[in-house]
Each structure stands twice: as C-alpha cells, then as structure tokens.
Design a protein around this ligand. Structure first.
Ligand SMILES: [Zn+2]
Length: 418
C-alpha cells in the first residue's frame, strides 16, 4: 500500500510525501510516482499525529453526566457507581466514540487506562489508532481485592499477546491512595519483568499529599522512590504538587510527566508547575484526561489551555512551539515511537486545512495551531500508513454516534433505577 501526498506545506515549503507500508519513504519537491492513493495537499500543512498521554477513553460515555463537582465527591458519588455497572459492550462503544473523536482532532496515539481492556483493544484496532492500553489496578488496601486485581492484570496481559501490534499493554496502578505498598511493589516487579510502561495518578490534589505525609511520613514521590518504584518507564499523570525535593527525585529517576490542564482546572486540583519541572529537564507530555473531567479529547484545545494556564504569571512561559512538542515529540520520546515528517519515520501523520479563518492571515502557523485553531482544522489522518480520515470523513461515524449514545443512556438509566 502506498500513499502520495502532493504539494503539502512542510516547514514553510511545498513538498510531495510518499508513504510506503507504514513508513515515510520519500520527501521531495516533486515526486512523479503512481501511488495506490493520492491526496491533494494544496492549502494544507503536514505534521506528525498528536499523542494524548493520559486519558480514560471510554469515559466519553460520561460526557456531561457529572460536572461542576469536587474530585472526591465526583468520583465517589457519580463516576465509581456508574462504572460499577459498565459492561464490555459499553466500553467497546465508548472507545469507538473516543477513537472517532481523536481521529477527528488529529490524535494518532493515546495512552489509556480503563476497564475491559480487550473490548477497548477491539475498538482501537478497528478504528486504526495506536495505543497503550492498561487495566486500572485498585486494591483499596485489602488483600483479597489485591489478589483479584493481580489475577485480572495477569489474565489481560496474557490476552494482550493477541492484540494488534499497534496496541501495547501497560500497567495502571490508580494512585497511592487506592493501591497499597504491596500492590505497588507487585506492579513494579511485573513491569520490570516484562518491560512494561506504568501510568499512575500522582500528586493530583493537595489533600493526597497531606494524607500521604500523615500515613507514610513522606510526600508522594518520596514514598514511591522509597519503594524503588520510579524509573524511565513510569508516566506520572497530573503531578501538580511536587516540592523541590520531589522534582529532584523525578528528574534523577527519569520519569515522564503528563500535564492535564483542563482536568486540573475543572476539578480545582491546582496549577501544574511547568517552569520548575522543565528546569529540572523532566520530559513533560500532554493529556486530556477522561471526557468526564475535560469534556473532550481535543489535543488542540488542550495545547491552548496548557499554554494559557502557564502564562497567568508570565507570558513567556510555555511558548507555542514548545507546547506543540508536549503534544507530540515528548510523548513519542517516552513511548519510543519514531515519528516526525522525515524519510524512514513511522507514517503517523495529520494534514491541517489552512484555508480557514483560524490560519488567516497566517503570520505564524505554529502560533495559529496552538492559540487559534481547534481539532476541526484536521482534514486527513494517517496512522501506521493507513488513511483513517479523508476530507474529515471517517468510515462508519454515524453508527458510532448512535450506538455509543444508546449505550450511555442505557447505562445511566440502570444507575438511576438501581
Ligand atoms: Zn486520569
């Protein structure tokens, strides 16, 4: 399978880009080649696909179900009771909707943790995206629950060997306030045995830090470090309340961090300390979090919010080009994904339609991407060398909207009727 993109804008120059298999084969001023598919790139700009580094995709089902609430109340009274009623079919449709939304807003890879991973994997495979999928791990400090969580994780890990090669199995201990020391140590050992990524929510709220200090006499990152939990395979979501010593540890242990500005603002979690984390040369990436705390998966909007939140005190913080890196290259760095618009790189590509007001007059297209546009500017999406969206059309989108809405409504009805 080959795709030829003609006359597309690459770093302010018009280029032809040839994709063969799942790689970018050739980039040149003019390629006179017959390809299986040809895309007219005139008036469009080419970029690597965006990478959403922290989300709970199938929570699209809970979009606008519970808003304007504090985190703990929101989780305990609304989200966890509804999730207790979820079926794998619900997650399948929630994931289809999430993938559709991500494709339509230029995301080609996402890091996810949510229930019913095999159903999520099936949906992701069908939609053609690349993902790290992890089952959430909770033990609530109870030995029986821990045994059960371990068994489930091991089973899904076995099953994941049959998933498509675009899907990587990962581990996701929920947090230090829902997983015991023993649970965290089991995760760490399992991850190092099989070389797996670990995602964890850490220092999301001030309360979490205070409780950790009370319980373990350490701050969250110090506590995890004392278990030898931290490594370059650890992806820490939120990471808002790090003090100087914790930033030092995070930097030494080479963990990567996910900045989730919309979720942090919506749940009043706090302001991410981008400047100091960057100074410590920590790899900072970007994520939307789930649709119940955002309420969408649009990484273009997330870039804008990410940048603006950092400028509250200093307009020089997080400039546009750096923000775009958070949403692409930095995520790829953690995942070891060789993306970029260069020959021999993986063909995870998006085209942006520049012929609209967001990009006019176009003094600085990178600024326009971050501050002016939203995900609707994406016209074509290619992942792993396959076209997932063309002229903003994704195959089967009407059915996905209908079936996912049905699944979500039935689920909420079940919750309300108890
Ligand atoms: Zn999360």
């Amino acid at each position: 399978m080959s795709i030829l993109i003609k006359n597309v804008l690459l770093n302010s120059q018009k280029r032809d880009v040839l994709i063969e298999g799942n790689k970018i084969k050739k980039i040149s001023e003019c390629l006179d080649i017959k390809a299986d598919e040809e895309i007219n790139g005139k008036g469009k700009m080419i970029l690597p696909g965006l990478i959403n580094m922290h989300t709970h995709s199938a929570m699209t089902l809970f979009r606008s179900y519970a808003d304007d609430m504090p985190l703990q109340k929101w989780l305990e009274e609304k989200i966890w009771p509804a999730e207790a009623k979820l079926t794998s079919e619900d997650v399948y449709w929630g994931m289809k909707l999430a993938c559709l939304e991500m494709i339509k807003s230029g995301t080609t890879t996402f890091v996810d943790n949510y229930w019913f991973v095999p159903a999520g994997a099936r949906a992701t495979e069908e939609m053609g995206l690349r993902a790290v999928l992890a089952p959430p791990f909770f033990d609530l400090f109870d030995m029986q629950k821990r045994e059960k969580a371990i068994k489930q994780t091991e089973e899904i890990f076995q099953e994941s060997k049959n998933f498509n090669s675009r899907i990587t199995f990962g581990l996701a201990p929920h947090s230090i306030y829902t997983v015991s020391e023993q649970g965290l140590c089991w995760i760490k050992d399992f991850a190092s045995k099989y070389n797996l990524f670990i995602q964890i929510h850490i220092s999301e709220t001030k309360k979490e830090v205070e409780e950790c200090q009370k319980k373990y006499n350490k701050r969250p990152i110090e506590f995890l470090d004392s278990l030898n939990f931290l490594s370059k395979n650890v992806l820490a979501a939120h990471s808002i309340w790090f003090n100087e010593a914790e930033i030092d540890i995070a930097s030494k242990q080479k963990i990567s961090i996910v900045y989730n500005p919309s979720s942090n603002m919506k749940l009043s979690s706090g302001i991410f300390n981008y400047a100091d984390l960057k100074k410590a040369e920590i790899n900072i990436t970007l994520g939307t979090d789930g649709c119940s705390s955002n309420n969408n998966l649009d990484m273009f909007e997330e870039m804008k919010i990410a940048a603006l939140l950092q400028k509250l005190n200093n307009p020089k913080n997080l400039p546009a080009a750096e923000c775009l890196k958070l949403a692409s290259q930095n995520g790829a760095k953690f995942l070891g994904l060789d993306i970029g618009i260069k020959e021999e790189k993986i063909a995870d590509i998006i085209l942006i339609d520049l012929e609209q007001s967001s990009f006019t007059p176009g003094h600085n297209l990178i600024s326009d991407i971050v501050y002016s546009a939203n995900g609707n500017c994406v016209s074509e999406v290619i992942c792993d060398g396959k076209i997932l969206m063309r002229n903003r059309r994704v195959e089967g989108e009407e059915k996905i909207l209908r079936k996912s809405a049905e699944a979500a409504k039935n689920l909420i009805n079940k919750c309300n009727s108890k």
